[in-house]
Design a protein around this ligand. Structure first.
Ligand code: SAM
Length: 329
Protein backbone atom coordinates (compact mmCIF):
# COMPACT_ATOMS: atom_id res chain seq x y z
CA UNK A 1 0.00 0.00 0.00
CA UNK A 2 1.16 3.52 -0.79
CA UNK A 3 0.36 6.72 1.06
CA UNK A 4 -1.87 9.18 -0.82
CA UNK A 5 0.39 11.44 -2.96
CA UNK A 6 -0.60 14.60 -1.05
CA UNK A 7 0.42 13.01 2.27
CA UNK A 8 3.65 11.61 0.82
CA UNK A 9 4.60 15.08 -0.42
CA UNK A 10 3.73 16.74 2.90
CA UNK A 11 5.80 14.17 4.84
CA UNK A 12 8.75 14.64 2.51
CA UNK A 13 8.59 18.43 3.01
CA UNK A 14 8.44 18.03 6.78
CA UNK A 15 11.09 15.31 7.11
CA UNK A 16 13.65 15.66 4.35
CA UNK A 17 15.33 18.63 6.06
CA UNK A 18 15.63 16.76 9.40
CA UNK A 19 18.84 15.14 10.54
CA UNK A 20 18.63 11.39 9.91
CA UNK A 21 20.62 10.73 13.06
CA UNK A 22 18.06 12.64 15.16
CA UNK A 23 15.18 10.74 13.50
CA UNK A 24 16.95 7.42 14.13
CA UNK A 25 17.63 8.13 17.78
CA UNK A 26 14.08 9.38 18.48
CA UNK A 27 12.66 6.57 16.33
CA UNK A 28 14.43 3.79 18.22
CA UNK A 29 13.40 5.33 21.56
CA UNK A 30 9.77 5.34 20.36
CA UNK A 31 9.99 1.77 19.05
CA UNK A 32 11.34 0.57 22.39
CA UNK A 33 8.50 2.27 24.28
CA UNK A 34 5.86 0.83 21.91
CA UNK A 35 7.37 -2.68 21.96
CA UNK A 36 7.52 -2.72 25.75
CA UNK A 37 4.05 -1.10 25.99
CA UNK A 38 5.62 1.30 28.49
CA UNK A 39 3.07 3.03 30.71
CA UNK A 40 5.13 5.28 32.98
CA UNK A 41 2.85 8.31 33.00
CA UNK A 42 4.89 10.03 30.23
CA UNK A 43 3.46 10.50 26.76
CA UNK A 44 5.28 8.61 24.01
CA UNK A 45 4.89 11.65 21.72
CA UNK A 46 6.22 14.06 24.31
CA UNK A 47 8.10 16.48 22.05
CA UNK A 48 8.55 17.48 18.42
CA UNK A 49 11.48 15.06 17.91
CA UNK A 50 9.31 12.10 18.93
CA UNK A 51 6.43 13.25 16.70
CA UNK A 52 8.72 13.67 13.68
CA UNK A 53 10.14 10.20 14.32
CA UNK A 54 6.54 8.92 14.43
CA UNK A 55 5.86 10.56 11.04
CA UNK A 56 8.96 8.93 9.58
CA UNK A 57 8.80 5.48 11.17
CA UNK A 58 5.24 4.67 12.25
CA UNK A 59 2.65 6.75 10.38
CA UNK A 60 3.02 4.89 7.04
CA UNK A 61 2.36 1.56 8.78
CA UNK A 62 -0.52 2.74 11.00
CA UNK A 63 -2.03 4.47 7.93
CA UNK A 64 -1.89 1.16 6.05
CA UNK A 65 -3.51 -0.78 8.91
CA UNK A 66 -6.32 1.76 9.35
CA UNK A 67 -6.87 2.03 5.59
CA UNK A 68 -7.08 -1.77 5.28
CA UNK A 69 -9.58 -1.89 8.16
CA UNK A 70 -11.70 0.76 6.43
CA UNK A 71 -11.51 -1.25 3.19
CA UNK A 72 -12.97 -4.20 5.11
CA UNK A 73 -15.79 -1.91 6.30
CA UNK A 74 -16.47 -0.63 2.77
CA UNK A 75 -16.52 -4.20 1.46
CA UNK A 76 -19.24 -5.25 3.93
CA UNK A 77 -21.14 -1.94 3.84
CA UNK A 78 -20.64 -0.46 0.34
CA UNK A 79 -23.38 2.12 0.93
CA UNK A 80 -21.63 3.57 4.01
CA UNK A 81 -20.61 7.16 3.17
CA UNK A 82 -19.67 8.98 6.37
CA UNK A 83 -19.81 12.78 6.36
CA UNK A 84 -18.42 13.15 9.89
CA UNK A 85 -15.46 11.57 11.67
CA UNK A 86 -14.48 11.51 15.33
CA UNK A 87 -10.92 10.25 15.81
CA UNK A 88 -9.58 9.73 19.31
CA UNK A 89 -5.84 9.57 20.02
CA UNK A 90 -5.36 11.17 16.61
CA UNK A 91 -1.57 11.56 16.80
CA UNK A 92 -0.57 13.35 13.59
CA UNK A 93 -4.01 12.73 12.02
CA UNK A 94 -3.32 9.29 10.54
CA UNK A 95 -6.92 8.02 10.76
CA UNK A 96 -8.21 11.18 9.09
CA UNK A 97 -5.85 10.62 6.16
CA UNK A 98 -7.02 7.02 5.89
CA UNK A 99 -10.71 7.90 6.29
CA UNK A 100 -10.61 10.70 3.68
CA UNK A 101 -8.84 8.34 1.30
CA UNK A 102 -11.47 5.63 1.81
CA UNK A 103 -14.47 8.01 2.02
CA UNK A 104 -13.87 11.13 -0.09
CA UNK A 105 -17.27 12.54 0.97
CA UNK A 106 -16.00 13.08 4.52
CA UNK A 107 -16.71 16.75 5.24
CA UNK A 108 -16.03 17.32 8.95
CA UNK A 109 -13.57 15.77 11.37
CA UNK A 110 -13.06 16.12 15.10
CA UNK A 111 -9.63 14.94 16.27
CA UNK A 112 -8.96 14.44 19.97
CA UNK A 113 -5.32 14.18 21.03
CA UNK A 114 -3.69 14.29 24.46
CA UNK A 115 -0.18 15.28 23.33
CA UNK A 116 0.30 18.98 22.49
CA UNK A 117 3.32 18.37 20.19
CA UNK A 118 1.44 15.62 18.29
CA UNK A 119 -1.53 17.92 17.87
CA UNK A 120 0.62 20.83 16.65
CA UNK A 121 2.31 18.68 14.01
CA UNK A 122 -0.95 16.91 13.11
CA UNK A 123 -2.94 20.13 12.77
CA UNK A 124 -0.31 21.63 10.45
CA UNK A 125 -0.06 18.43 8.36
CA UNK A 126 -3.82 17.97 7.97
CA UNK A 127 -4.38 21.69 7.26
CA UNK A 128 -1.76 21.57 4.54
CA UNK A 129 -3.28 18.47 2.93
CA UNK A 130 -6.97 19.23 3.25
CA UNK A 131 -7.42 22.99 3.28
CA UNK A 132 -9.01 24.47 0.15
CA UNK A 133 -8.58 22.67 -3.11
CA UNK A 134 -5.02 21.42 -2.70
CA UNK A 135 -6.36 17.89 -2.30
CA UNK A 136 -8.30 18.19 -5.54
CA UNK A 137 -11.62 18.35 -3.73
CA UNK A 138 -13.67 20.45 -1.37
CA UNK A 139 -12.07 21.61 1.85
CA UNK A 140 -12.59 19.59 5.01
CA UNK A 141 -13.71 21.23 8.25
CA UNK A 142 -11.40 20.11 11.07
CA UNK A 143 -11.64 20.60 14.78
CA UNK A 144 -8.51 19.56 16.71
CA UNK A 145 -9.16 19.18 20.44
CA UNK A 146 -6.22 18.85 22.82
CA UNK A 147 -6.91 16.84 25.95
CA UNK A 148 -7.42 13.45 27.49
CA UNK A 149 -10.23 11.51 25.83
CA UNK A 150 -11.80 10.90 29.24
CA UNK A 151 -12.50 14.63 29.53
CA UNK A 152 -12.39 15.91 25.95
CA UNK A 153 -15.25 13.68 24.75
CA UNK A 154 -17.81 15.12 27.15
CA UNK A 155 -20.61 16.94 25.33
CA UNK A 156 -19.41 15.94 21.82
CA UNK A 157 -21.93 15.15 19.09
CA UNK A 158 -22.04 11.64 17.55
CA UNK A 159 -20.17 11.11 14.28
CA UNK A 160 -20.92 8.78 11.38
CA UNK A 161 -17.48 7.18 11.69
CA UNK A 162 -15.55 6.92 14.96
CA UNK A 163 -11.95 5.68 15.02
CA UNK A 164 -9.55 4.65 17.77
CA UNK A 165 -6.26 3.52 16.27
CA UNK A 166 -3.20 2.31 18.17
CA UNK A 167 -4.41 3.98 21.38
CA UNK A 168 -5.67 1.21 23.69
CA UNK A 169 -2.09 -0.06 24.10
CA UNK A 170 -1.20 3.27 25.73
CA UNK A 171 -4.01 3.17 28.29
CA UNK A 172 -4.23 1.48 31.67
CA UNK A 173 -6.32 -1.68 31.13
CA UNK A 174 -9.08 -0.34 33.42
CA UNK A 175 -9.61 2.58 30.99
CA UNK A 176 -10.59 0.32 28.08
CA UNK A 177 -14.22 -0.39 29.01
CA UNK A 178 -15.22 3.22 29.88
CA UNK A 179 -13.52 4.62 26.76
CA UNK A 180 -15.10 2.05 24.45
CA UNK A 181 -18.53 2.74 26.03
CA UNK A 182 -18.08 6.49 25.45
CA UNK A 183 -17.02 5.96 21.85
CA UNK A 184 -19.96 3.65 21.17
CA UNK A 185 -22.36 6.33 22.47
CA UNK A 186 -20.74 8.79 20.05
CA UNK A 187 -21.05 6.39 17.09
CA UNK A 188 -23.92 7.18 14.75
CA UNK A 189 -22.76 4.68 12.10
CA UNK A 190 -19.58 2.64 12.49
CA UNK A 191 -16.84 2.41 15.13
CA UNK A 192 -13.43 1.08 14.08
CA UNK A 193 -10.74 0.09 16.59
CA UNK A 194 -7.24 -0.83 15.40
CA UNK A 195 -4.42 -2.23 17.52
CA UNK A 196 -0.96 -3.67 16.89
CA UNK A 197 -1.22 -7.24 15.59
CA UNK A 198 0.32 -8.78 18.70
CA UNK A 199 -1.29 -11.27 21.10
CA UNK A 200 -1.75 -8.37 23.57
CA UNK A 201 -3.34 -6.17 20.88
CA UNK A 202 -5.72 -9.00 19.99
CA UNK A 203 -6.68 -9.41 23.65
CA UNK A 204 -7.60 -5.71 23.81
CA UNK A 205 -9.66 -6.09 20.62
CA UNK A 206 -11.39 -9.12 22.19
CA UNK A 207 -12.14 -7.14 25.37
CA UNK A 208 -13.59 -4.25 23.32
CA UNK A 209 -15.60 -6.76 21.24
CA UNK A 210 -17.16 -8.24 24.38
CA UNK A 211 -18.20 -4.82 25.73
CA UNK A 212 -19.56 -3.68 22.36
CA UNK A 213 -21.59 -6.85 21.74
CA UNK A 214 -23.10 -6.48 25.21
CA UNK A 215 -24.04 -2.91 24.30
CA UNK A 216 -25.89 -4.16 21.19
CA UNK A 217 -23.26 -3.43 18.52
CA UNK A 218 -23.34 -5.45 15.27
CA UNK A 219 -20.04 -6.74 13.90
CA UNK A 220 -19.02 -5.49 10.46
CA UNK A 221 -15.51 -6.99 10.32
CA UNK A 222 -13.37 -9.01 10.67
CA UNK A 223 -15.52 -11.63 12.49
CA UNK A 224 -18.23 -13.27 10.33
CA UNK A 225 -20.24 -14.02 13.52
CA UNK A 226 -21.00 -12.63 16.98
CA UNK A 227 -20.28 -15.87 18.86
CA UNK A 228 -17.32 -16.28 21.21
CA UNK A 229 -14.01 -15.91 19.35
CA UNK A 230 -12.94 -19.41 18.26
CA UNK A 231 -9.25 -18.50 17.95
CA UNK A 232 -7.30 -20.11 20.78
CA UNK A 233 -3.97 -18.88 22.22
CA UNK A 234 -1.08 -19.22 21.43
CA UNK A 235 -2.73 -18.43 18.07
CA UNK A 236 -4.21 -14.94 17.71
CA UNK A 237 -6.38 -13.15 15.19
CA UNK A 238 -4.41 -10.56 13.22
CA UNK A 239 -3.80 -9.41 9.69
CA UNK A 240 -0.92 -7.88 7.72
CA UNK A 241 -0.55 -5.05 5.25
CA UNK A 242 2.58 -4.42 3.18
CA UNK A 243 3.53 -0.77 3.16
CA UNK A 244 5.97 0.98 0.86
CA UNK A 245 8.85 2.73 2.67
CA UNK A 246 10.11 6.12 1.56
CA UNK A 247 13.89 6.63 1.67
CA UNK A 248 13.57 8.57 4.96
CA UNK A 249 11.32 5.87 6.43
CA UNK A 250 13.81 3.14 5.48
CA UNK A 251 16.85 5.01 6.73
CA UNK A 252 15.14 6.05 10.01
CA UNK A 253 14.58 2.37 10.72
CA UNK A 254 17.99 1.37 9.32
CA UNK A 255 16.04 -0.96 7.02
CA UNK A 256 17.40 -2.60 3.90
CA UNK A 257 14.19 -3.32 1.93
CA UNK A 258 11.83 -0.67 0.51
CA UNK A 259 8.75 -2.07 2.28
CA UNK A 260 7.58 -3.49 5.60
CA UNK A 261 4.69 -5.68 6.71
CA UNK A 262 2.53 -4.11 9.39
CA UNK A 263 0.69 -6.65 11.54
CA UNK A 264 -2.55 -5.35 13.00
CA UNK A 265 -5.74 -6.45 14.73
CA UNK A 266 -9.00 -4.61 14.28
CA UNK A 267 -12.71 -4.55 14.93
CA UNK A 268 -15.46 -2.63 13.13
CA UNK A 269 -18.97 -2.51 14.58
CA UNK A 270 -22.15 -0.82 13.43
CA UNK A 271 -25.51 0.23 14.80
CA UNK A 272 -27.36 -1.75 12.11
CA UNK A 273 -26.97 -5.43 11.18
CA UNK A 274 -24.55 -6.48 8.43
CA UNK A 275 -24.87 -9.67 6.36
CA UNK A 276 -21.90 -11.93 7.27
CA UNK A 277 -19.75 -13.68 4.65
CA UNK A 278 -19.25 -17.46 4.72
CA UNK A 279 -15.83 -16.93 6.23
CA UNK A 280 -12.76 -14.72 6.61
CA UNK A 281 -9.26 -15.93 5.79
CA UNK A 282 -7.12 -15.88 8.95
CA UNK A 283 -3.67 -16.73 7.53
CA UNK A 284 -1.77 -16.62 4.23
CA UNK A 285 -3.54 -18.89 1.72
CA UNK A 286 -1.56 -22.02 0.80
CA UNK A 287 -1.83 -22.43 -2.95
CA UNK A 288 -0.74 -25.58 -4.81
CA UNK A 289 -1.45 -26.96 -8.24
CA UNK A 290 -5.22 -27.50 -8.45
CA UNK A 291 -5.88 -26.71 -4.78
CA UNK A 292 -6.05 -23.87 -2.26
CA UNK A 293 -6.01 -24.37 1.51
CA UNK A 294 -7.66 -21.59 3.51
CA UNK A 295 -7.74 -21.13 7.26
CA UNK A 296 -11.18 -19.63 7.78
CA UNK A 297 -13.10 -18.04 10.62
CA UNK A 298 -16.60 -19.13 9.64
CA UNK A 299 -20.10 -17.70 9.98
CA UNK A 300 -20.81 -20.66 12.25
CA UNK A 301 -18.33 -19.32 14.81
CA UNK A 302 -15.56 -21.86 14.22
CA UNK A 303 -12.04 -21.86 12.82
CA UNK A 304 -11.77 -24.39 10.02
CA UNK A 305 -9.29 -25.43 7.35
CA UNK A 306 -11.06 -25.42 3.98
CA UNK A 307 -9.40 -27.22 1.08
CA UNK A 308 -10.84 -26.01 -2.20
CA UNK A 309 -9.92 -28.10 -5.24
CA UNK A 310 -10.22 -27.50 -8.96
CA UNK A 311 -13.29 -29.76 -9.01
CA UNK A 312 -15.23 -27.00 -7.25
CA UNK A 313 -15.11 -24.85 -10.40
CA UNK A 314 -16.19 -21.27 -9.66
CA UNK A 315 -15.48 -21.61 -5.90
CA UNK A 316 -11.92 -22.71 -6.76
CA UNK A 317 -11.44 -19.76 -9.13
CA UNK A 318 -12.62 -17.42 -6.34
CA UNK A 319 -10.51 -19.13 -3.68
CA UNK A 320 -7.35 -18.79 -5.81
CA UNK A 321 -7.75 -15.01 -5.66
CA UNK A 322 -8.18 -14.95 -1.87
CA UNK A 323 -5.51 -14.19 0.66
CA UNK A 324 -5.06 -13.37 4.35
CA UNK A 325 -7.82 -11.02 5.51
CA UNK A 326 -10.15 -11.56 2.54
CA UNK A 327 -13.70 -12.90 2.82
CA UNK A 328 -15.20 -15.99 1.19
CA UNK A 329 -18.80 -15.19 0.21
C1 SAM B 1 0.42 5.40 18.74
S1 SAM B 1 -0.31 6.96 18.61
C2 SAM B 1 -1.53 6.64 17.35
C3 SAM B 1 -1.80 7.84 16.53
C4 SAM B 1 -2.76 7.59 15.37
N1 SAM B 1 -4.06 7.22 15.86
C5 SAM B 1 -2.20 6.53 14.46
O1 SAM B 1 -2.83 5.46 14.38
O2 SAM B 1 -1.17 6.74 13.82
C6 SAM B 1 -1.39 7.06 20.04
C7 SAM B 1 -1.89 8.46 20.25
O3 SAM B 1 -2.92 8.43 21.22
C8 SAM B 1 -2.75 9.52 22.09
N2 SAM B 1 -3.41 9.21 23.36
C9 SAM B 1 -3.06 8.25 24.25
N3 SAM B 1 -3.89 8.25 25.31
C10 SAM B 1 -4.81 9.22 25.07
C11 SAM B 1 -5.92 9.72 25.78
N4 SAM B 1 -6.27 9.18 26.96
N5 SAM B 1 -6.64 10.73 25.27
C12 SAM B 1 -6.28 11.27 24.06
N6 SAM B 1 -5.23 10.86 23.35
C13 SAM B 1 -4.50 9.84 23.83
C14 SAM B 1 -1.24 9.66 22.19
O4 SAM B 1 -0.83 10.93 22.65
C15 SAM B 1 -0.80 9.37 20.77
O5 SAM B 1 -0.74 10.52 19.99
Amino acid sequence: MQLPPVLRAALADRLDAQSLDDLRVAGSRLTERYRAETRDGRQHLNGEAAVLAYLAARLPATFAAIRASLDAVAERRPEFAPATLLDVGAGPGTALFAARDAFPGLARATLVEASAPAMTVGAALTRRCFAGDENGGAGLAMDWVQGDAGVALAGRRPADLVTLAYVLDELAPAMLAPLVAKLWKLTAGILVIVEPGTPAGWQRILAARGHLLEAGARIVAPCPHAAACPVVAPDWCHFAERVERSRTHRLTKSGTVPYEDEKFAYLAVARSPVAPPEGRVLAPARKGSGKVALKLCTAGGTVAERLVTKREGETFRTARRLDWGDVLE
